[in-house]
Write a protein that binds this ligand. Sequence first.
Ligand SMILES: NC(=O)c1ccc[n+]([C@@H]2O[C@H](COP(=O)([O-])OP(=O)(O)OC[C@H]3O[C@@H](n4cnc5c(N)ncnc54)[C@H](OP(=O)(O)O)[C@@H]3O)[C@@H](O)[C@H]2O)c1
Length: 253
Amino acid sequence: MRFAEKVVLVTGSSRGIGRETAFRFASEGAHVIVHGHAESEKLEQAFNQVKQLSPNSLKLPCELGDADAIREMFRIIEAHFGRLDILVNNAVVQNGYPFLELPEKEWDRIFAVNLKAPFISSQLAAKMMVKQGGGKIINIGSVHEFQTKRNFAHYSTSKGGLLMLTKNMALELAQYNIQVNHVTPGAIATDLTDPARQQQFLTAVPAARVGQPPEIAAMICFLASDEANYITGASFVVDGGLTLGFCASRPDL
Ligand SMILES: NC(=O)c1ccc[n+]([C@@H]2O[C@H](COP(=O)([O-])OP(=O)(O)OC[C@H]3O[C@@H](n4cnc5c(N)ncnc54)[C@H](OP(=O)(O)O)[C@@H]3O)[C@@H](O)[C@H]2O)c1
C-alpha cells in the first residue's frame, strides 16, 4: 500500500482522469477527497466508488473559479483530517474561441480555474505540508502548454503558465521536503475529447490510439509516491508520441 493513511485531494475527481486517479489512490490506502465543481450525480457516483475502497474518504464540491470557496474547502480539509499529504491540481475548464473573438470573461474564467485555482490551492496545501514536514503537489498540464492549436489561446496560455508555476514552486518548496511535479497528457479518452475528436487523433498519434485515464493516473501516483522523492520540478509527457515531431505520425514524410 503505497499511500496508507495519506490524505489526498484530487481536484476534478468527479470524472475523467481525476476520477481514475482518485480510485487508484483509494485502492492503495489513501484517504481521498473527491472533488467536483458542484453536487452532481457523477460526483456522488465517483465518491461512492472511492468510499468502497477507502471508507474515510470525503466528498467536497467547490467552484474553483471562486477563491473564497477554495479557502473554505481547505479550511474543511484541515478541520476534518488535520493534514494534507498530496495535492493533485487536475480540474479544468476548456473551450475554443478564435483569437479575434475571444471574450475577456472567458479568458478570466479559464485562468481562474486552470491557473489561479492551482496557485491558491497549492499555497494553502504547502502551508500545511511545511508544518507536516513534507508533501507532494502534482499539476496536470496539457501538450498544449508547449504546442498550441487554433482557438486555444486562452487554454494553452493557462497551461503554459501552470508549467512555470510548477517549476517555481518546486524551486522554493524543495527546502521543505515538498516535491512539485507536472504531468502533461496528450489525447485521453474523457469527456474533454468526445468520440469524434478521439477518432481524429488516431491518425495524429504514433501509438495509433488515444490514451486511457488509468495511463495518466499511473504517472500521477508514481510522482506522488516515495519512489519519486528525488524528482521535483519535472514535467512528464504521456501522449503516445503525439508531440514527437511534426511528421511523427506521417511515415510518408
Ligand atoms: N482528456 C484529455 O485529452 C486531456 C488532454 C490534455 C490534458 N488534459 C488535462 O487533464 C486534466 C483532466 O482532464 P479530463 O479530461 O479528465 O477532464 P474532464 O473529464 O472534463 O473533467 C474535468 C473535471 O474538472 C472539474 N471542473 C470543471 N470546471 C470546474 C470548476 N469551475 N470548478 C471546479 N471543478 C471544475 C469537473 O467537475 P464537474 O464534474 O463537477 O464539472 C471534472 O471533475 C485537465 O487538467 C486537463 O487539462 C486532458
